[in-house]
Design a protein around this ligand. Structure first.
Ligand code: NAP
Length: 484
């Protein structure tokens, strides 16, 4: 055992929810020698990138906050994107994270060499660190379908995550491609203001009617001046969310039947049999990530909204031509077509011990040891990595659980007990085998495809309860690690 080290140098990549979370935890632990890189010029991750009309969260706002930073100011029961971004900026300011931020600095390469992580930014600046933590998010790289004729189109065309604020939609003809959470939210927000909205649907999705409720001034004041009330409210929402949604996705039972029933009843609000048939999904509720939106079925029944189930043939100069030969003219085309989850943590080049690349390690899809670490990549962690419980838990709380785990290792490093650690291949394989055996009971395994599957068709979700994830990471299992 070596002596106590004064310092642990930590590089965090990504200044979104999870990167900010770890940064605060490091500060709270009295660790100051860390930086947070982000290629963007501002913090916020997905909440900075996704500014499309109607962007909001489908997890109750009271639990979409860090436990160390409760927020009495939430305006909506399900917060809007701009509210969440303000909250994250406030956390950064209150906890003094600013001086640690390296914004506008993209990490191009990270290589483990001579017991350190060498990080090189795209500007060619190199630095060395004891730990590397990737908090780079899963839904980062827009998936844009290859469609013939895109270059000929004369209107405004963009992916939902690259929304151009100058683009006018009011009084215009807007085409949205995709009916996931994004396309659905956008439809609700734009239906009333567009001249005509065309929603191009490849596969119908179940939509849970999310209440569009806002906290009154009185309620906000109550949350602000009576912290006990605020804590109680947070606890209430946590129990409700975990007792219903989190439980429903991982095991059969009344919760799954209840949510499925609400979705089916909600769909009955569509009066036209033809439209209802078109909007009826081929799979069970929650097989794909459940879409929660306020007023979707009302929006699609408006006279100025058309849902198109016919496949897209190509983009034309004026709009979209479907396979049946019908052209719909549009001034704006939005691809709400999701993200490339196979590109997780890349384009960054990551090289572990003995020159092992992440590219090579993940050639058969992203896999991790207990959602946070990789064999052969010492002193390396991921936040909200593969198989994290993002389908059943607030990402803020996942980030907290995983940050606490990372911090435990950093403390061991500082104590001098550990200089280098990485999970063994056996422990990682065993964990992934266990994950596979847990999938059959989940709602996701009932026969559909979505971004929850890796390119090989394996589910990337967490098949057990949120508590099980928390318990797993509440202690280090030394026998699972190669430790120097
Ligand atoms: P998504 O769930 O992956 O949905 C993409 C949609 O685009 C699907 O309807 C898909 O159809 C369609 N699509 C993809 N390629 C297509 C093509 N070539 N032609 C026609 N349609 C195509 O993406 P998303 O809606 O952006 O949501 C991604 C995730 O972001 C969500 O699951 C959620 O985790 C997160 N999100 C969360 C919130 C929130 O409220 N917290 C809001 C927005 C997004 P198929 O179903 O046929 O593949």
């Amino acid at each position: 055992m070596t002596g106590r080290r004064e310092k642990a140098r930590i590089a965090i990549v990504g200044a979104g929810v999870s990167g900010i979370c770890l940064a605060v935890k490091l500060k709270q632990a009295g660790i100051d020698d860390f930086v947070v890189y982000d290629r963007a010029e501002a913090v916020g991750g997905v909440w900075r990138e996704n500014v499309y009309p109607g962007v909001s969260c489908d997890v109750p706002s009271r639990i979409y906050s860090f436990s160390f930073a409760p927020n009495p100011e939430w305006d909506s029961y399900f917060a809007r994107g701009d509210e969440i971004l303000s909250y994250l900026n406030k956390v950064v300011e209150e906890y003094g994270i600013g001086p640690h931020l390296r914004l506008g600095e993209e990490v191009a390469e990270a290589r483990y060499t001579s017991g350190e992580w060498m990080v090189r930014t795209s500007r060619g600046v190199e630095s060395r660190w004891d730990f590397l933590v990737c908090a780079t998010g899963l839904l980062v790289q827009p998936a844009l379908p290859e469609l013939e004729g895109k270059s000929a189109y004369r209107g405004a065309m963009m992916h939902s995550a690259q929304w151009e604020s100058g683009v006018e939609t009011r009084g215009k003809r807007v085409a949205i491609i995709g009916t996931g959470a994004t396309g659905t939210q956008m439809t609700c927000a734009l239906a009333a203001e567009t001249e005509h909205l065309y929603l191009f649907q490849r596969t119908a999705q179940w939509v849970f009617p999310k209440p569009a409720l806002r906290y009154s001034t009185f309620a906000k004041r109550l949350h602000r001046v009576v912290p006990g009330f605020s804590r109680l409210a947070d606890r209430f929402w946590r129990v409700v969310f975990q007792g219903t949604v989190s439980a429903a996705v991982v095991r059969p039972g009344w919760q799954r039947r209840l949510i499925a029933g609400v979705c089916r009843v909600s769909l009955r609000r569509v009066r036209s049999t033809e439209l209802r048939r078109l909007l009826t999904p081929p799979d069970n509720p929650m097989c794909k990530r459940l879409v929660a939106a306020s007023g979707f079925y009302r929006a699609v029944q408006r006279d100025n909204v058309t849902v198109i189930g016919e496949g897209i043939g190509r983009i034309t100069e004026r709009g979209i031509l479907t396979c049946d030969g019908v052209e719909r003219e549009a001034d704006v085309i939005v691809f709400a077509t999701g993200f490339r989850t196979d590109a997780f943590m890349r384009s960054m080049k990551i090289m572990g011990k003995s020159g092992r690349t992440l590219e090579d390690f993940w050639s058969n899809g992203p896999k991790a040891y207990q959602t946070v670490a990789l064999p052969g990549f010492p002193n390396f962690f991921m936040l909200v990595g593969p198989n994290s419980p993002f389908s059943s838990e607030s990402v803020m709380r996942i980030a907290e659980t995983q940050s606490d785990y990372v911090l435990r290792w950093i403390e061991l490093f500082r104590s001098g007990a550990v200089a280098e650690m990485s999970p063994t291949q056996e422990a990682s394989d065993e964990f992934n085998e266990l994950l596979r055996s847990g999938m059959p009971g989940t709602a996701f395994s009932s026969g559909c495809t979505s971004w929850y599957h890796d390119p090989q068709g394996n589910l990337m979700v967490w098949p057990w309860t949120v508590r099980a994830h928390h318990e797993m990471l509440s202690r280090i299992q030394p026998s699972h690690f190669d430790i120097r």
